[in-house]
Design a protein around this ligand. Structure first.
Ligand SMILES: Nc1ncnc2c1ncn2[C@@H]1O[C@H](COP(=O)(O)OP(=O)(O)OP(=O)(O)O)[C@@H](O)[C@H]1O
Ligand SMILES: [Mg+2]
Length: 627
């Protein structure tokens, strides 16, 4: 392979491409062993197996009858020519052959159109099924999969790679089969007519096959590389678009454009190489065909003169040679599309074949809620093997208690929540809820009962109402509005242009951060979970909003065992128990007063925040004046 390919394996970190390559996402080992056929067969199964099987056989049969009619045409015209060239030709016989040829033409048209329609519909269904499978599978994957995978790259898989695959379904899958059968039928008819002339006509086949093989050899790695480079490019671009605020704020627009251009340059190089090999193919094929027709004509003429065959057969053979070239070149051209699709398909299947790391135990039971008594017993956890994040975590939350979690950044607070909701499995120890070990419960039944409100409130591009309803299937409008009132969100929602029917833009960008949080709280209320997890749900909002949010949260937490991660210690002052986490260990635990009295880590943390508060208080005062 060439320099471009090597740069990704050796990962020269001075260039953006090198850095991206060094990140090494889970991509299937690129084109090490040639599994193209296997991938194509798998792609094909989406369109032709299962419930589509019968329809596929029907479409194919109709299409093949069309091909048979096509192959019959030269035979009938050949016979007509023989009648004309024979001494004392019979006019009725001539008419018969001509009518037959015409009939074959009409049949060819009709059957091809109907068959093609069925197959095209199946192709669309096939692509749809693949995309749905990919998407549904991604929903089942554990969080650790998404940690390993840059989001942009993943998006590119879903878009670019399935697009390459869609071309396969639309233009290659069915035509490929038709081409193969057309060739087969022609060879059979030629053999029946004159096997010697058949051999001459088939001279073209090995030449064309050789050509295809050469192109495939050059194209396969080039197309695989192209998909990879496209993934990197759009991955980078998606990231840049998602992070455009950061880029603008840091005046890094030029930088982003430059990096993007560098990546695009790579795509261009590889793309040119990949497609060049497949584009020289078409003119080459045509030239070869014309040459072959001349060869058939010359050889045939000699055979007619020698009395070995008739002129009609030679004319039929000339048509067959032309008809043979179409499927041959089709196959060659479609090979390019197919190879490209195989490269995309391989990457799509790499995701589809990925197994979730967090699995339900074979005899997993449903979580039976009995008040919400949570116990961590000597829990150890690491995201990446060998790098312990949590050590010997032991604590207990009684039913209905509010547990505050605090500690410096990176201490492992969110991690505690991640394993409580079993987004990740722990290394050692046990987590019990109401006496049930969560590793023995189904993930669905567990998560159904745990509501999570994250600081980064995620909202879908949908109406406010639908964002609320998202929390629970079957939630009614009334329930959602009641929840919004509880969460103090009703008032501002009513002031939006369309009230509850206001469309939120992607990720709720047309709302303020505080408003987004209030909607997330309302959403959690709609879900009505038995346990609650709040990860820094209150920060970066003005004091009035924070008070509203706090009031909403208090109502949400009432009567539910809740875990509240807070950077502002004031939010967890009233907690029944505060866990102080540092370096993955719970270094202190107790109520605010106990911890303050102990004058330990919490005390220092609290005092340092309290000192910083002087400025904040005056800012709050200004805020109140303005509202
Ligand atoms: N998905 C992940 N994969 C690998 N390591 C991770 C992952 N998420 C977090 N970590 C690491 O685990 C440690 C604890 O992270 P965690 O998110 O729990 O911190 P935190 O206490 O919530 O911090 P913050 O207050 O900043 O939110 C950090 O060292 C972090 O680098
Ligand atoms: Mg965190």
């Amino acid at each position: 392979m060439t320099a471009t390919a090597q740069s990704s394996t050796q990962a020269d970190k001075t260039t953006i491409r090198g850095r991206l390559a060094a990140r090494k996402p889970i991509t299937a080992p690129p084109e090490q062993k040639d599994d193209t056929l296997q991938v194509v067969r798998r792609l094909f199964a989406y369109m032709a197996s299962g419930e589509s099987r019968r329809e596929f056989i029907k479409g194919l049969t109709i299409r093949l009858i069309g091909v048979l009619a096509l192959v019959a045409m030269p035979f009938f015209t050949g016979m007509a020519i023989n009648v004309v060239t024979a001494p004392g030709g019979d006019f009725n016989q001539l008419l018969l052959w001509l009518v037959l040829a015409l009939l074959a033409g009409v049949l060819y048209l009709g059957f091809s159109a109907v068959g093609e329609r069925i197959l095209a519909r199946l192709a669309t269904t096939g692509l749809y099924k693949l995309q749905r499978h990919l998407f549904e599978h991604m929903q089942t994957l554990s969080l650790s999969f998404f940690d390993r995978q840059p989001l942009g790259e993943l998006m590119s898989r879903v878009t670019n790679d399935t697009e390459a695959v869609s071309l396969f379904y639309e233009t290659a899958a069915a035509p490929m089969i038709r081409a193969v059968f057309q060739m087969l039928f022609i060879v059979v008819v030629m053999t029946l007519l004159d096997w010697q002339l058949m051999l001459v006509a088939l001279l073209i086949v090995p030449v064309m096959l050789l050509l295809t093989a050469v192109v495939q050899r050059i194209s396969t790695p080039a197309f695989a590389k192209l998909q990879e480079e496209l993934g990197e490019l759009s991955g980078f671009q998606e990231e840049t678009i998602a992070g455009h605020k950061v880029i603008i704020a840091n005046l890094r627009g030029d930088w982003a454009a430059e990096q993007s251009a560098e990546l695009a340059g790579g795509v261009f190089d590889v793309g040119t190489r990949a497609f060049f090999t497949s584009t020289v193919q078409f003119p080459l094929t045509q030239t070869l065909t014309m040459l072959e027709i001349v060869i058939v004509l010359v050889a045939g003429s000699f055979m007619v003169l020698a009395g070995d065959t008739t002129f009609g057969v030679v004319v039929a053979f000339m048509s067959y040679t032309a008809l043979l070239a179409t499927p041959l070149s089709d196959i060659a051209n479609l090979t390019a599309t197919t190879l490209n699709a195989a490269a995309g398909g391989r990457r799509v299947f790499a995701i589809i074949d990925e197994a979730p790391t967090v699995k339900d135990a074979p005899a997993a039971s449903e979580f039976a809620f009995q008040g919400g008594h949570v116990v961590f017993q000597d829990v150890d956890f690491s995201y990446v093997p060998g790098r312990k994040i949590l050590r010997h975590n032991t604590f207990e939350a009684l039913p209905g208690q509010k547990i505050g979690i605090c500690g410096p950044t990176g201490a492992g607070k969110s991690t505690i929540i991640n394993i409580l909701t079993r987004y990740y499995d722990i290394d050692q120890g046990a987590i019990l809820i109401d006496g049930q070990n969560i590793s023995q419960l189904t993930q669905a039944s567990l998560r159904q009962q745990i509501g999570v409100v994250l600081q980064e409130a995620f909202l879908f591009s949908d109406t406010v109402m639908n964002n609320l309803k998202y929390a629970r299937e079957g939630a009614t409008d009334e329930e959602c509005i009641a929840a919004a009132k509880e969460a103090n969100a009703h008032e501002f929602i009513m002031q939006l242009s369309d009230g509850y029917n206001t469309m939120l833009t992607e990720r709720g960008a047309n709302l303020s951060q505080g408003q987004r949080q209030m909607i997330t709280i309302a959403r959690a209320m709609v879900a009505n979970p038995k346990l609650l997890v709040l990860d820094e749900a209150t920060s970066n909002v003005d004091t009035r909003t924070e008070k509203l949010i706090q009031a909403g949260l208090q109502r949400l937490m009432a009567g539910r065992t809740s875990f509240v991660i807070a950077h502002r210690l004031s939010t967890i002052r009233d907690a029944d128990k505060i866990l102080v986490v540092n370096g993955g260990e719970i270094v202190e635990a107790g109520t605010h007063d106990e911890l303050m009295a102990a004058r330990g880590f919490y005390y220092t943390l609290y005092m340092s925040q309290f000192k910083g508060k002087a400025g904040e208080i005056s800012a709050d005062a200004v805020d109140f004046v303005s509202t």
